[in-house]
Design a protein. Structure first.
Length: 109
């Protein structure tokens, strides 16, 4: 019986597994793929939105994230006042502005 045990031990040590770098390569590739497919485009959208918010000026016609369209009547550091119709002015956060409309867009609505 002892001769079977020694044969089993001899067979276990024969194979050498792949090194750690080769095993981590698919994981590193997946992380790089996530960066270029998910993280980087989101960072680009955030940068564009910050530029849009910084470039707002009085008289710009905008749409908020909630779908309210209006012209910028007053501007503050955190909030802006939108004139949504004659005599109706609402206060919204600057960050809620989702897009700037071309001049005259609200008059055609």
């Amino acid at each position: 019986m002892d001769f079977l045990i020694s044969a089993a031990h001899a067979q276990q040590g024969a194979g050498a597994g792949p090194n750690a770098f080769v095993q981590l390569l698919p994981l590193v590739g997946l992380i790089v793929l996530f960066y270029f497919m998910l993280i980087r485009p989101q960072m680009k959208r955030n940068k564009e939105h910050k530029q849009l918010i910084a470039s707002l000026s009085k008289g710009d016609e905008v749409i908020t994230a909630g779908g309210v369209a209006g012209a910028v009547a007053e501007m503050g550091d955190e909030y802006i006042k939108l004139q949504v119709s004659e005599g109706v002015v609402i206060t919204v956060q600057r960050q809620s502005v989702s897009s700037v409309l071309p001049k005259g867009s609200l008059k055609s609505v």
